[in-house]
Write a protein that binds this ligand. Sequence first.
Ligand SMILES: [Zn+2]
Length: 189
Amino acid sequence: MNQDAALDLFRKSGALLEGHFRLSSGLHSERYLQSALVLQHPASAEALGAALAERVRHLQPTVVISPALGGIVIGQEVGRALGVRAIFAERQDGKLLLRRGFTMSPGDRAIVVEDVVTTGGSTRETIDVATAAGADVIGAAAIIDRGNDAARVGLPLFALVKLDVPTYQPDACPLCARGEPVVKPGSRI
Ligand SMILES: [Zn+2]
């Protein structure tokens, strides 16, 4: 699956909107991304997971680890396609942890899988969790890489799509400056 085919799945499911949006952060953007809307369709989730698995198969991962909640569905599908375990880390009192009896061991070659990587912060935290659990973390993968600096996670980062999603303070928003009406994503456009 190439970048256009992946983006097409996002657009068709409403997971990628283009226009003029007020995000929950209060910032404005010309794109709105909500990957849960594409991943709710099992056939799309499976196809995206299989495509992402092909990008990382050469690393010979033995386990997939994802940060909850956003990474769980795609992590499961990448694990399915690779034929390896898919586990997740979740927050307790703000700290990302392995819970539910999930373990990793020194023989594990772990790949961190997420839906979208923006700053890379949750990716790096998940790498730290897996490393602390004894695994050798060999790379990271995401459906969409929203950043320009692939080195920011400290390991090879594989993505199906590179997508710039600039955000603006309302008083510096070029769409506002052109007088385009702003909408809140999720409301009827
Ligand atoms: Zn605006």
